[in-house]
Design a protein around this ligand. Sequence first.
Ligand code: GTP
Ligand code: MG
Length: 200
Amino acid sequence: MIIKSAEFLISNKDIKKCPEPVKPEYAFIGRSNVGKSSLINMITGKKNMAKTSSTPGKTKLINHFIINDEWYLVDLPGLGFAKVSKKERSGIEEIISDYLLSRKNLLNTFILIDSRLKPQNIDIEFINWMGEKRVPFVLVFTKVDKNTKNTLHKNIEYYKKFLLKYWEELPRIFITSSEKKIGRDDILEFIEETNKVFPF
Ligand code: GTP
Ligand code: MG
């Protein structure tokens, strides 16, 4: 897929205020600082479209972008960011789960995982929750430029084994680096294919 246009549309906390669900939609989620906004900018080829920051907790709202006038891309708040207050965190979790469970045009959610880390409870809990609720998702390993090839391979194999403790089948996995522009074509091709099922 060639990206011809990518524009920010709206940020909000209220899923009723999201754009009409008339186009295919893809959400990006993962722990704060995992590289969601950077990945979105890499995929769309727009450097500053989603705001990135080295301080975790930058994205706090549901952010809609429209790509090629054809599909919506959504940047969601970071999961489990410890430094916001408990009250604010449970508010964010409610917004996220409301959104994921009720958005009718949501074709897929990209769950981002830091490729340098062993499976983290918060990611596993979220993956298992998505599985139980049958919300379609794929996994995206981020920041692969920060690993040697060998460690990357080991980490991903370990991750797969870990998930197979809970699930019989593994989701699709993408390997990415926003820094080195790795994984862009794979993700865009996947979106292009998935768009074909819409409207259902
Ligand atoms: P929140 O909005 O706070 O939840 O964070 P986020 O997941 O959107 O992360 P963001 O894209 O803001 O990136 C966090 C930090 O990681 C920034 O300092 C980025 O420059 C860095 N980063 C993101 N992707 C990569 C990557 O592929 N490689 C490297 N080396 N650094 C990256
Ligand atoms: Mg962000």
